[in-house]
Design a protein around this ligand. Structure first.
Ligand code: UD1
Ligand code: CA
Length: 457
């Protein structure tokens, strides 16, 4: 992604990501922030964005006993420090749970919510900019189509003076449509002082982070508003909102792929993961799903109804239609994987062809080898997995079972219908099936005998 003038700023930054929400409206056994969008947890998206925006230090606030959230956070940012908010007493209270992180000197503190996964790194950068110009608090605002439920940004003479939570707002204040997105930046030298002055005298009896604005004004500090499109700041509280966020992120990923020179014949039917990488001039046909960890080179084709996950596809390779590439599939340049083929943890050399109805698991296939229809690697005996090695230019006849561990030498032939249990030397022919016998006239005799017997009854 493009870097920008803000991320290259020399100011140090601590990001505090709030992920202590219960998310009861998700009706889920797992915490809300671990629900996934485009193949990555919501909190993972937020953390990746703050890291990209140049936050050198990251603190994540989790609920009591939420080791799963802590693990996910440290998977995305290994050096993230984890803090537990014991009682859920509000957003300011949540930020103060990371008091030890805030006590360490830093130029900028950015607070983000773990359930707002579409926030762009560039926006975090824009939000920090007013701090460099002296503001103590900068708030991210957006024009809400329906402001119900959001905190309203109250301005006087073009200056942000307060944020009023919906349930605390007067009729006049509720008419304001400029709303709080939930993202806030505070100057590091005053952040702790401001947060500690916040009281819980409101309708919910909670410590509101939003009150940082009024506290800052009372202390004589400057405040600022930075705006972002609503699409970017929408939060997820239930499964319907999760689906909306998924749709919007998919549209972003589709546009980005096309902008990079990828042809999507029917973009609305192609599903990407956050980390899908596709080279230019590659064509992706309708109804293709990319799970996490897929890279496709240039000028390749992914035909309709294919499912790829954890797979590498080199330039000029061809996949599908109806192909399944599972983790560890690695297709060399110009390799071909055709219809109803499943590949798992297997490498295909340049120009290798696996055109129809095949399962290759735990295998290495040399360049230009040809794997006939219906070939199966028998890689699993119920206890362990074994490898199949097929040399360059080998030809495996249709409907063969290769019982691993087994090696087919370069240039060797396997007769179709073989069950191969022993290694095949280079350039040899292996036939491992019953030999065909032919009985001249047998069928005719059989019919005549059978007919005569039937007529006698
Ligand atoms: C919050 C804002 C509101 C804004 C809206 C945007 C406050 C007081 N209000 O309201 O102005 O318009 O977001 O979506 O900040 N959390 C904790 N611990 C707590 C409370 C909350 O970790 O004790 C976390 C939640 O997990 C969530 C985030 O903070 O990620 C926001 O809390 P939530 O209760 O959803 O705030 P809203 O009512 O949506
Ligand atoms: Ca919320």
């Amino acid at each position: 992604m493009a870097s920008n003038s803000f991320t290259s700023s020399s100011r140090t930054c601590l990001a505090v990501v709030l992920a202590a929400g219960e998310g009861t409206r998700m009706k889920s056994a797992k915490p809300k922030v671990l629900h996934e969008v485009a193949g990555r947890s919501m909190v993972g998206h937020v953390l990746a964005a703050v890291a990209e925006a140049g936050a050198g230090r990251v603190a994540v606030v989790v609920g009591p006993g939420r080791d799963d959230v802590a693990r996910e956070a440290q998977r995305v940012i290994p050096h993230a420090s984890i803090f537990t908010q014991r009682d859920r007493l509000g957003t300011a209270h949540a930020v103060l749970s990371a008091r030890d992180a805030l006590a360490n000197p830093v130029d900028d503190v950015v607070v983000a919510f773990g359930d707002t996964p579409l926030m762009r790194a560039e926006t975090f950068g824009r939000l920090r900019a007013p701090l460099a110009d002296g503001a103590a608090v900068a708030v991210l605002g957006f024009e809400a189509a329906d402001p119900t439920g959001y905190g309203r940004l109250l301005q006087q003479g073009g200056r942000l003076v307060a944020i009023r939570e919906h349930r605390d707002a007067s009729e006049a204040e509720r008419a304001v449509t400029l709303c709080n997105a939930g993202l806030m930046a505070l100057r590091g030298d005053v952040a702790l002082t401001i947060l500690e002055r916040i009281r819980n005298d409101n309708a919910k009896g909670e410590y509101y982070l939003t009150d940082a604005v009024e506290v800052a004004i009372a202390m004589g500090y400057g405040t600022a508003v930075v705006t972002a499109p609503e699409e970017e700041v929408q939060g997820v509280n239930d499964r319907a909102q999760l689906a909306v966020v998924e749709r919007d992120l998919q549209n972003r990923l589709r546009s980005a792929a096309m902008a990079e020179g990828v042809t999507l014949i029917a973009p609305e039917t192609v599903y990407f993961s956050h980390d899908t990488r596709i080279g230019r001039d590659t064509v992706v046909e309708p109804h293709v799903v990319f799970g996490p960890g897929v890279q496709v080179g240039e000028d390749a084709v992914v035909h309709a109804f294919s499912h790829l996950e954890g797979a590498l596809v080199a330039s000029k390779a061809s996949v599908g239609p109806f192909a399944r590439l599972r983790p560890g599939a690695n297709l060399g340049p110009g390799a071909k994987v055709g219809n109803f083929v499943e590949i798992k943890n297997a490498e295909l050399g340049a120009g290798a062809k696996v055109s129809h109805l095949t399962y290759l698991g735990d295998a290495t296939v040399g360049a230009e080898a040809n794997i006939g229809a219906g070939t199966i690697t028998c890689n699993y005996d119920g206890f362990a997995k074994y490898r199949t090695v097929i040399g360059e230019g080998a030809f495996v006849g249709s409907n063969s079972a290769l019982v691993a561990p087994v090696t087919i030498g370069a240039g060797a032939f396997v007769g179709s219908g073989s069950v191969v249990t022993d290694d095949v030397p280079e350039d040899a022919l292996a036939v491992a099936r019953g030999r065909q016998t032919v009985k001249e006239g047998w069928a005719k005799d059989f019919r005549e005998r059978s007919l005569a017997a039937k007529n006698k009854r």
